[in-house]
Design a protein around this ligand. Structure first.
Ligand SMILES: Cc1cc2nc3c(=O)[nH]c(=O)nc-3n(C[C@H](O)[C@H](O)[C@H](O)COP(=O)(O)OP(=O)(O)OC[C@H]3O[C@@H](n4cnc5c(N)ncnc54)[C@H](O)[C@@H]3O)c2cc1C
Length: 465
């Protein structure tokens, strides 16, 4: 960049995170910089989550907490009012609704339409970045950037043992975000969903919306399905006023949480209230844990945390319960040992010498979280060059508090800055809109040299789900 020209900011990834960084750059800058968004594979401006074309896929966060801007909490609810189907819904009801994710994608597109007229959009996959900020795309073209934002998002689930030989098998679907429902077996068939989290819930809801009547098996280590959102009670005793949760360390924290969960159970209330009350503190607690505590949490407590934390819309929960009641859906608690071909079917080998066979088997085990195993050519090249380096937990990459990437030598990168799921190891919780909107604003502020606003820090209001 010469002294007179505007810096060129290139954003790699045009999902929620990348789009919101660009929108914040434009809305916060006195004179917006030159911006390019490079996006591949998923619908630009929508990404994996909001690129769905299926109306039955609902947001798992109520409308009142889905604003794209931390400093304008009612922005999404007000936008919904521009649509005929929500125009006359009373405010108290609209705020609590779980809106189709496709409509949330329309919201993001409308923000892009409003703010990003001057932005250059490139369709293509970035595969490498050189030390001087030159980006190489898969088609061989190159682009020079002053600052580069890594907003590459969620990766498809990790491969399961044996999956490499199933790539072309008609009964295998290794990526749940590709249109697997185009190869449904007849109603006499069986579908096996590997995982019992939010992706499996999406799949079951789609099967029901399609009127598919066959058998569904879902398998995971604990066999726990997500809980429904609920209206909690007022419980001012947690966290105790005299305690800073981040000071406790893992063992004392777990003991304190278990004590309060037990009290809530005695009162006939849902103990998941404690998880909600933890959320404003989660990132700080995680960052204060020792590495050993982080590993212990990931090994022994994460599954339970996730099941209490990631909730679904009550109407979606009711459909899952109905599928279980009718016997269409069976849940299995077992380890998935490997997958293999069984003629036209796929066999899933489970712990305890059990197995299941499906006419369609879907890997819905959740996004890959072992960072160095990333399948992204770009991220592998950056790792090889030492321009990025794994965090202590190997769940993502190392950054500074202002989101500037730290290289292999421990130096802040002159070009690279990151947000979103790449920061799992740094924040633990870095996937849902209430976290990402704050990050998008913070990254834009860093790029514009504005310093970090307190509004973009996680505050209680943002996490009331
Ligand atoms: C199915 C699903 C449902 C969800 N539902 C909710 C919800 O209801 N509420 C909520 O708060 N959160 C939800 N989430 C969380 C969600 O992940 C975030 O809200 C958000 O969508 C993440 O956005 P992102 O831009 O970081 O990543 P992504 O949406 O994954 O977007 C990343 C984009 O970058 C592109 N890309 C990657 N690498 C490159 C490259 N090298 N070159 C060019 N482009 C590249 C990808 O193809 C993609 O288009 C959901 C997530 C999923 C997966």
């Amino acid at each position: 960049m010469n002294a007179t020209s505007s810096p060129h900011i290139v954003i790699l990834g045009g999902g929620y995170s990348g789009t919101l960084v660009a929108v914040n750059l434009v809305r916060l800058a006195a004179k917006p910089p030159r911006i390019t968004i490079i996006n591949a594979h998923r619908p630009a401006g929508r990404g994996v989550a909001y690129g769905t074309r299926r109306m039955e896929h609902l947001l798992n966060v109520a409308a009142r907490n889905m604003s794209a801007f931390p400093d304008q909490p009612d922005h999404f609810v007000n936008w919904l009012r521009t649509r005929a189907e929500y125009d006359l819904v009373p405010d108290y009801e609209l705020r609590e609704r779980f809106i189709p994710r496709m409509i949330y994608g329309d919201y993001l597109k409308s923000l892009a339409h409003h703010h990003l007229n001057e932005v250059n959009h490139v369709k293509g996959e970035a595969i490498d970045i050189q030390n001087d900020g030159t980006i190489t795309l898969a088609d061989g073209s190159e682009l020079k950037a002053d600052r580069i934002v890594l907003a590459t998002g969620n990766e498809a689930p990790a491969d399961l043992l044996g999956a490499e030989s199933l790539a072309a098998h008609p009964a295998w679907a290794g990526n749940p975000w590709l249109p697997w429902h185009e190869k449904l077996p007849p109603d006499t068939g069986t579908i096996i969903l590997l995982g019992t989290g939010l992706t499996t819930v999406d799949a079951i809801i789609t099967l029901r919306a399609l009127g598919w009547l066959g058998r569904i098996h879902a398998v995971s280590r604990h066999g726990w399905l997500p809980n429904a959102h609920f209206r909690g009670i007022d419980y001012p005793d947690f966290p105790p006023a005299e305690v800073d949760l981040a000071d406790l360390g893992l063992e004392k924290l777990v003991t304190l949480m278990e004590h309060h969960c037990a009290r809530l159970r005695e009162m006939g209330a849902n103990p998941a209230i404690i998880v909600d009350k933890m959320r404003p503190h989660t990132q700080r607690i995680w960052q204060r844990f020792t590495l050993e505590e982080k590993k212990t949490f990931a090994r022994h407590h994460a599954a339970r945390w996730n099941i209490l934390r990631h909730r679904i819309a009550p109407e979606i929960h009711a459909q899952i319960a109905s599928a279980q009641l009718t016997g269409q859906l069976q849940i299995h608690a077992a380890n998935i040992e490997r997958v293999e071909s069984a003629g036209e079917r796929v066999r899933v080998l489970l712990s305890d010498q059990k197995h299941l066979e499906g006419d369609l088997v879907l890997n819905a085990t959740g996004p890959q979280t072992h960072f160095t195993a990333t399948k992204s050519v770009l991220l592998q090249n950056l790792l090889r060059r030492g321009l990025i380096t794994p965090d202590d937990m190997e769940m993502g990459i190392r950054i500074q508090p202002d989101h500037t990437i730290v290289d292999r030598e421990g130096n802040p990168s002159p070009h690279l800055i990151a947000l979103g799921p790449l920061l799992r190891g740094t924040y633990w919780e870095t996937i849902a809109v209430p976290e990402l909107r704050g990050q998008a604003k913070r990254v834009a502020e860093t790029l514009l040299g504005l310093g970090t606003s307190t509004e973009s820090q996680p505050v209680m209001m943002e996490f009331m789900i």
